[in-house]
Every structure is written in structure tokens, then in C-alpha cells.
Design a binder for this molecule. Structure first.
Ligand code: PLP
Length: 378
């Protein structure tokens, strides 16, 4: 008897970032600079709110999309902080941005629909698209300083294109899409029945003053979905919380997928979610900015080709001049040089490696010293 599975899984593997991190961990004494997770703990007030709620017996099913007071708090926060206008009934509290992305694509695509993914990209998008039986279409940005080239976008679009995912600030490049880029994308998309999924999980870690969200184009509100996360701005990766915002008709589809996938996010964390929105993350942001400046200087002093990131906590470094593919380069660097970075191939872009600077100053210094020593051996 042969057991068969959903063929959508045939070309989807476990995350390359996770797999390579296991390789790094297996090398004794290696410094690991692979994972994108703030190294500080969740703010005390947020943890306290969850403890109080748990002790008060807040352990029953909450409303599917989240408590009304939380959805109202998110709505106000987004308007005050980011200028986004989504009513509480246009918001769903999700199990991380991961669920938000999953239900978005699940609700939008039919088998064979195409999803345009500007690359390099967080590998989750391609995997989710495939699991939803969509066809991921890569849109390389490498030759355009990681900004989307409108002519290339126009060429990538076909009658089957259902959605495009815009990640700004970007993982893995740290790039922020310029207003000029967004205007050009808007020009290409405005008359087309294509959804724009704005993954803005790093929005509170922007080091430039001129950040614009694609959701600012009000004429496309019916086709825009904004994905947010509690993971990165409040060091809450382990809580698994995020939210999604969309115009009511879109929201109403997403909530069906959300209800049948997870019912709701947990009850007793929801007051903590309100508390997190009150947290002032400027000190954390200043810390990441300082690390960015340090890492960028060290890398450029080593003669490496890297673009200065404007957000998030990653550097995407070219290794092309060493004549090796990114997996070979990173494997050699971790085994011989004892420092682990993630191969660019796991972001759909050969010839690069990603450094995460969510690590302590001491680890960053040690990792970069080792990288410098390793490069001298080549
Ligand atoms: N989107 C991007 C661009 C990310 O980098 C990540 C995590 O690294 C996620 C989404 C997933 O975030 P969450 O922890 O909220 O599921």
C-alpha cells in the first residue's frame, strides 16, 4: 500500500535558514550570526500583563479576530504611529506575521495563480505560495540596488498574476523602498486586479526619515493587505503574535481562513498585546542602528561589497569575488573560520550571504574578527 500526500508539498522543504543554523550550531565554538530575532527580552510590562491575565483566569476562547479593545488599540496605534487608517473590524490578530501571510495567500489564490516575489526575499513567501498551489514568480532586484524596477515588474506580470509581496524594510537586504519606487509600482499596478501584500514587520526599525508604505495609495485600498508582527519591535518572537489589516471585503475572506486554521490567537496574551503598543522602542532602535553602523564599517573596511541598510537588522553581503556559490562559501567560513552567516541562495539570490546583527556587541566583534581572518586565507 502506497501512502500519498498533497503534491503541493513536493517542492517545499524546511526553511534553509533554520537548516543552516543547525549546521552552524554543530560546529564547536562557532559564532552564529544567522537568526533574525532581537537578542533582548520582551519588555517587563508586557510580560507582567500576560501573567496578570493568566492569574485572573483569562483562559477561555476569545473572539476569533481578537478582543474589541485590542483591535481598537491597534487601530489607534497604526493611525497615530504610521498614518494607516484601518477600523477595528478591518484587523485580525494572528499567530505571527507568518499566519497573516499564510491566510492572505490562502484567501487570494486559485491553483496556478502567480505571486510575484521581489528577490532576494524571505523564503516563507515562496513556500506558502507553493503550499497554496500558486506559482511563485521571482522578480530579481539585485541589479537595481534592491529596489523594484518598474519595467521588470511590468514584464513579470501576466493575466495569471494575483498578488505581489512588498517587504519594506526588507529581509534580507535591509533596503527600504524609496517613494520613487513605490510611485512607479503604483503606476504599473493601479488599474490591475492584483493584490499587494505589504509585509512591514520591520517598520518600527527604520533608520531613515522618508519611509513610505505602499498602503498610502488610497485608490488601491481594496487590493492592499498590510501584515504586521509583534516579534521584531517588542522582542516577542516566541509569543507568536502579529496582525493583518485589510479593507472589509478582503478582511472578511481572511477571517474565514483564520477561524478555521487557528480559531483565534490565545486569550491571555491579548492584554499584553495592548501593553506592547505602549512600549517606546527608541532605545532598541538606537542600539540596532549603532550595531548597523559598526558592522557596515567593519565589512566595508574588509573590502566587502555591501549596501548600507536603511532598516531591519540584516546586511546582505556579496561574495561573488571569491568565486564560490553562497552555500560553499558559508559552509567553508563556518567550518574553517568558525563564524556562521546564512547563504544568499536561501533568499533566492546567489552570490551573497546574510548577516544578522541581532547579536551582542561582543559576538558581533568576534564574528567579524573571525570573518576578517578567514577572508585573508582565501
Ligand atoms: N516577514 C518577514 C519579512 C520576516 O523577516 C519574518 C520573520 O523573520 C516574518 C515575516 C515572520 O514573522 P513572525 O515571527 O511574526 O511570524
Amino acid at each position: 500500500m502506497e501512502l500519498t500526500f498533497n503534491h503541493a508539498f513536493d517542492h517545499v522543504k524546511r526553511s534553509g535558514i533554520r537548516r543552516f543554523t543547525e549546521v552552524v550550531k554543530s560546529v564547536p565554538g562557532a559564532v552564529q550570526l544567522t537568526i533574525g530575532e532581537p537578542d533582548m527580552d520582551t519588555p517587563e510590562a508586557v510580560r507582567a500583563a500576560a501573567k496578570i491575565a493568566l492569574d485572573a483566569g483569562d483562559t477561555h476562547y476569545p473572539p476569533n479576530n481578537g478582543r474589541p479593545e485590542l483591535l481598537a488599540a491597534i487601530s489607534k496605534f497604526e493611525e497615530r504611529r504610521n498614518g494607516l487608517r484601518y477600523a477595528p473590524d478591518e484587523i485580525i490578530l494572528t499567530i505571527g506575521a507568518t499566519e497573516a501571510l499564510f491566510i492572505s495567500l490562502f484567501a487570494l489564490v486559485n491553483p496556478g495563480d502567480e505571486v510575484v516575489i521581489p528577490t532576494p526575499a524571505f523564503s516563507l513567501y515562496e513556500s506558502i505560495a507553493r503550499l497554496c498551489r500558486a506559482v511563485p514568480v521571482n522578480l530579481p532586484t539585485e541589479d537595481n540596488c534592491f529596489q523594484i524596477d518598474p519595467a521588470a515588474l511590468a514584464t513579470a506580470i501576466t493575466p495569471r498574476t494575483k498578488a505581489i509581496i512588498l517587504t519594506s524594510p526588507n529581509n534580507p537586504t535591509g533596503c527600504v523602498y524609496a517613494r520613487k519606487t513605490l510611485d512607479a509600482i503604483h503606476g504599473v499596478l493601479k488599474d490591475k486586479p492584483i493584490f499587494v501584500i505589504c509585509d512591514e514587520v520591520y517598520r518600527q526599525l527604520v533608520y531613515t526619515d522618508d519611509f513610505t508604505s505602499f498602503s498610502a495609495f488610497a485608490d488601491m485600498r481594496d487590493r492592499v493587505i498590510v501584515v504586521q508582527s509583534y516579534s521584531k519591535p517588542y522582542a516577542m518572537t516566541g509569543w507568536r503574535l502579529g496582525y493583518v489589516m485589510a479593507d472589509r471585503p478582503v478582511h472578511d475572506k481572511l477571517q474565514v481562513a483564520h477561524q478555521y486554521a487557528v480559531v483565534s490567537a490565545p486569550a491571555f496574551v491579548q492584554t499584553a498585546c495592548i501593553e506592547a503598543l505602549k512600549y517606546d522602542n527608541s532605545a532598541d532602535k538606537a542600539l540596532f542602528r549603532r550595531r548597523r553602523d559598526y558592522v557596515y564599517k567593519r565589512l566595508t573596511d574588509m573590502g566587502l561589497d555591501v549596501q548600507e541598510p536603511e532598516g531591519a537588522f540584516y546586511m546582505f553581503i556579496s561574495v561573488k569575488k571569491f568565486g564560490m556559490d553562497s552555500l560553499t562559501f558559508c559552509t567553508r567560513m563556518v567550518k574553517e573560520g568558525k563564524v556562521g552567516l546564512t547563504p544568499g541562495v536561501y533568499f533566492g539570490c546567489e552570490g551573497y550571504m546574510r548577516l544578522s546583527y541581532c547579536y551582542s556587541d561582543a559576538d558581533l566583534k568576534e564574528g567579524l574578527d573571525r570573518m576578517e581572518a578567514f577572508l585573508k586565507t582565501l
